[in-house]
Design a protein around this ligand. Sequence first.
Ligand code: HEC
Length: 176
Amino acid sequence: MISGESKYDVMYKFANNIPLTSSELAIKNSVTSEEWAGFDLFKSLNGADCFHCHNGTLMQVQKFSNNGLDAVFSDLGRGAITNNPNDNGKFKVPTLRNIALSAPYMHDGRFATLDDVIEHYSTGIQHSATIDPLMEFASQGGVQLDSEQRNQLKAFLLTLTDHNFVTNPDFKPLNP
Ligand code: HEC
């Protein structure tokens, strides 16, 4: 099961000079300036800075990371498996594909909405010994997005929904 027909996929191809089919061109022309601005924020070190961990075709890097959820861990995460204190508070980086459809968010479902997630990365980052150094603005509590930027980032996250994929009859139960 491959989800590769979201609006984001067309934006990605266009941004990387990959030729578009005529139907993809129509999708590209429907991308709003808010969605493009959100894509820029997502990729920018001085923007939302998300791409370090959520990138590539899978929209995730293959690693375990502490994204600043807690200063004190009630769940040690990876550390509970390896017994290595350097792994405490680290969790598998998840894909962001179809993320609008899979609330609640994080390993314990603590965030009910994408707005809550954006709030976390913007101002809610908690420091701890194992925090990922790629959480570049952790010392300031997060990437500090203003309300317009939060809306742009959310608009971008919604482009990751692949409607063809989630309505594909081949993926429905045989006897619903
Ligand atoms: C340093 C790595 C890192 C960076 C940078 C990062 N994330 Fe994450 N992200 C993670 C990890 C690790 C998790 C999973 C945490 C957990 O399971 O508790 C996660 C989880 C998420 C989730 C929840 C996914 C789910 O299925 O529950 C969303 C949404 C998300 N990140 C969006 C973003 C956005 C938007 C940004 C930029 C503002 C961002 N991330 C920046 C590492 C990162």
